[in-house]
Design a protein around this ligand. Structure first.
Ligand code: ADP
Length: 279
């Protein structure tokens, strides 16, 4: 099972991802968590990302794509994964498509948690209080000012992914304002359908008679026949040139019109010289 959870900050992606990994035996790949770990460890990626994250902006695509490429190749990600916080831009989504295609893998679904922004601000405020009460360190970007920036980044850069995945028939929507268990149940129902659909597709593909392979003697169509015919270097073009007394590869002179009457194109100096000699 390979999934993407889409939704603005505070939509509940992390909570639902935890439930999904327990149910399907897959791993959660959160670029936010990975970047925070890199910042804490002071790695080169962490040093690059720290200030950007504190401003609530997006880390460069190349950085997160490299992190994800590395992570999906690890053994524990083989049974599947739920991506949380990635992709966040169309460029990242395209990079993910390439990564998966190179590995012969496919996404099963992209689930968007739909929530309203007012509620998000309240949710994050509550999250901060709960963390403080537990004596945990609060995220540097969990404050109202930065949160506004994170929401704006989501609206402009990430929300268009809903259309991107809808065009691929993968996008599904769940009401993220419902109670946590209800959201989980809605995701379960969607995934059951997606799995059923994929199984049906695989069954139909297996039942479909395979087209017979051509025998060895069968004639192949010439490679890029249409392209070759228009090139001056092609056989027919050089034959035409020979007939017209032009060196192969030379362009045909074009006749033009003057005062509405057709006129022959002027010969260039070298062909004029050749003609004078011959006379
Ligand atoms: P959020 O709660 O805002 O969804 P995350 O934990 O997913 O937070 O990410 C925190 C920060 O990490 C983001 O605001 C951004 O700076 C950076 N980040 C995480 N994932 C990505 C990504 N895929 N592309 C760019 N930046 C990212």
């Amino acid at each position: 099972m390979r999934l993407i959870l889409l939704g603005p900050p505070g939509a509940g992606k992390g909570t639902q991802a935890q439930r999904l990994i327990a149910k399907y035996g897959i791993v959660q790949l959160s670029t936010g968590d990975m970047l925070r770990a890199a910042v804490a460890a002071g790695t080169p990626v962490g040093l690059k990302a720290k200030a950007i994250m504190e401003r609530g902006e997006l880390v460069p695509d190349a950085v997160v794509v490299a992190i994800i490429a590395d992570r999906i190749d690890q053994k524990d990600a083989k049974p599947g994964f739920v991506l949380d916080g990635f992709p966040r831009t169309v460029a990242q989504a395209e990079a993910l498509d390439r990564l998966l295609a190179e590995r012969g893998l496919k996404l099963d679904a992209v689930i968007e948690l739909k929530v309203d922004e007012e509620a998000l601000l309240k949710r994050i405020e509550t999250r901060v209080w709960q963390m403080l009460e537990r004596g945990e360190k609060v995220r540097a970007d969990d404050n109202p000012e930065v949160l506004k920036g994170r929401l704006a980044a989501y609206r402009t850069q990430t929300a268009p992914l809903a259309f991107y995945y809808a065009s691929k028939g993968l996008h599904r929507m769940v009401d993220g304002m419902a109670a946590i268990d209800e959201v989980t149940a809605a995701i379960d129902r969607l995934l059951a359908k997606a799995v059923e659909k994929a199984a049906g597709k695989a069954k139909r593909a297996a039942a479909k008679p395979q087209p017979r392979k051509r025998g060895k003697t069968a004639k192949k169509a010439p490679k890029s026949a249409s392209k070759g015919a228009s090139k001056s270097g092609s056989k027919s073009a050089s034959r035409r040139a020979k007939k017209a007394g032009r060196p192969a590869g030379a362009k045909r002179r074009k006749a033009g019109r003057k005062n509405g009457r057709p006129v022959r194109a002027r010969r260039n100096s070298s062909s004029r010289r050749r003609l004078t000699k011959a006379r």
